[in-house]
Design a protein around this ligand. Structure first.
Ligand code: IPE
Length: 259
């Protein structure tokens, strides 16, 4: 089984509120179907989540009453995105079922606490790909908060032990410097704890759920349990399919302590 996160920056235009990239997702679904693997899918919220969530600081939990309708609206918006994703998946030939974190997960102080992983197992057993996504969820300490796709990836990787964990992003991987400002920036084929610590922390601004470095930290933990974790560019056709087939692919492989 493969665990795949389709980043919000790939399936939406993150800078424009509620902009779904149906063409990009349609191609990625073709790649998934053609690779012929069992997959558990997670997708980001992109501009269906981050714009409103950061305006109302939903990631901090409850601080004032004006956040309450905003939190509910973010849940509505990410469900809207999820439904669009589900349609592309089912019409594209990948039978899929949605498991929204607002209904199947809870947080504790901003961290994923309860998640019914058995539901994911049971859908897989009947040949249906379980799909979850970055969402607002209840928080036992802060009333509500953000359940990010990366937190879900980490929990599902730990519990389901997939053969490969693939983060589909809008960049090729991790660079030695910020490729937007440094022409000498080089893509790193592998990253481990030591190389990560030596990198300048200037690449990409953070959104409500963190920067590329936060993602790599998550990937380091996943890889330390023996899983193979890669980040690749979903805007480049064929890379997701190659990664799903277990082939070498342009991107960054994260090596944990145990690998
Ligand atoms: C964010 O989820 C969830 C909300 C803002 C509601 P993710 O962190 O997984 O989304 P992307 O991939 O960064 O868009």
């Amino acid at each position: 089984m493969m665990l795949v996160k389709l980043g919000g920056s790939v399936i939406t235009d993150k800078t424009r509120y509620l902009t779904f990239r149906v063409d990009v997702l349609t191609r990625l679904v073709k790649e998934i179907v053609s690779a012929g693997q069992n997959v558990v899918l997670i997708h980001g919220a992109g501009s269906f989540g981050h714009v409103l969530a950061s305006e109302h600081r939903i990631q901090d939990g409850y601080t004032n009453d004006s956040q309450v309708p905003a939190a509910a609206k973010v849940m509505e918006d990410v469900r809207d995105l999820n439904l669009r994703v589900m349609r592309v998946l089912n019409e594209g030939g990948l039978p899929s079922a949605s498991l929204p974190p607002s209904a199947v997960a809870t947080l504790k102080s901003g961290k994923l606490d309860v998640l019914d992983v058995n539901l994911f197992r049971r859908y897989l057993e009947v040949g249906i790909s379980p799909v979850t996504f970055g969402d607002v969820a209840l928080d036992s300490e802060r009333r509500f908060g953000i359940c990010s796709g990366d937190q879900l990836m980490e929990r599902l990787a730990r519990e389901l032990r997939p053969e490969r964990v693939i983060f589909v992003s809008d960049i090729d991987g991790v660079f030695t410097a910020d490729p937007a400002s440094d022409p000498d920036a080089r893509l790193m084929e592998t990253v481990d704890r030591a190389t990560l610590d030596s990198l300048p922390r200037t690449q990409r601004c953070a959104d409500v759920t963190g920067s590329i470095f936060g993602k790599i930290e998550t990937m380091l933990r996943i890889a330390s349990w023996g899983g193979d974790a890669v980040v690749l560019n979903g805007h480049a056709p064929g890379r997701l399919e190659a990664a799903l087939r277990g082939e070498a692919v342009k991107g960054t492989r994260v090596r944990g302590d145990a690998t």
